[in-house]
Design a protein around this ligand. Structure first.
Ligand SMILES: Nc1ncnc2c1ncn2[C@@H]1O[C@H](COP(=O)(O)OP(=O)(O)OP(=O)(O)O)[C@@H](O)[C@H]1O
Ligand SMILES: [Mg+2]
Length: 191
């Protein structure tokens, strides 16, 4: 997939996708139609930006398409309103799309929907690209690492971890515990 990077919280992206795909699933549930998820880079032009109150520029565009029941034109303006649902009690609370809308707007993005009753629905999610990340080279690796003279005390009951540290210039001290923490059992010490 040829798309630049965005700066976003993965949990919120997961939330967006879960909501849109669950809606798509409900839309195709009865008919067994198809769901498609896509990602591509997209440019928002100056005119389009003014109309939709987002900045012009390059965006990652996620699409969730279904060929399900579609949304009635009389309802399409209300689907992002909190608690608006057409689903039966227990199947939907009407919160999903309002949360998605909130997240997308928080990132300076946009959400658009195109739908036709009986044919299906496409949701477009636009999230701004991190313009300068793509061309940035990683910082040069090399040179001297700063050193210190402090001591670090590492305590672990995993033999392999202790051995690893020993191999890296560490010094091993061992302490074997007996009894359990409840009784405050006495330990035996060896160095
Ligand atoms: N892909 C879709 N196809 C048809 N209708 C949809 C689609 N996505 C959303 N809708 C309509 O928009 C309404 C609001 O969606 P939203 O995700 O906010 O709430 P919900 O799915 O009803 O409940 P929740 O997501 O809180 O469980 C839905 O009840 C449904 O009528
Ligand atoms: Mg939903």
């Amino acid at each position: 997939m040829n798309c630049g990077m965005i700066f976003a919280d993965p949990t919120q992206i997961h939330q967006i996708m879960m909501n849109l795909i669950t809606n798509a699933y409900h839309a195709v549930e009865q008919t067994g139609a198809t769901i498609h998820v896509g990602l591509k880079e997209s440019a928002i032009e100056e005119d389009d930006a003014i109309e939709n109150s987002i900045k012009s520029g390059r965006y990652a565009c996620i699409t969730v398409t279904d060929t399900g029941v579609g949304i009635d034109p009389s309802m399409i303006d209300r689907i992002f309103t909190p608690y608006f649902t057409t689903k039966e009690h227990g199947k939907g609370t009407g919160i999903g799309l309002s949360v998605v809308h909130g997240i997308v707007k928080e990132y300076g993005g946009d959400i658009r929907v195109v739908s036709e009753v009986g044919k299906g629905t496409i949701f477009y999610i636009y999230l701004p690209l991190l313009e300068d990340v793509k061309d940035k080279k990683p910082a040069a690796v090399g040179g001297k690492h700063p050193k210190g003279c402090e001591r670090i005390l590492l305590i672990d009951d995993e033999e392999s971890i202790v051995l690893m540290l020993q191999g890296d210039g560490g010094q091993r001290l061992s302490h074997e515990a007996r009894g359990n923490s409840r009784s405050g059992g006495k330990g035996q010490k060896s160095a």
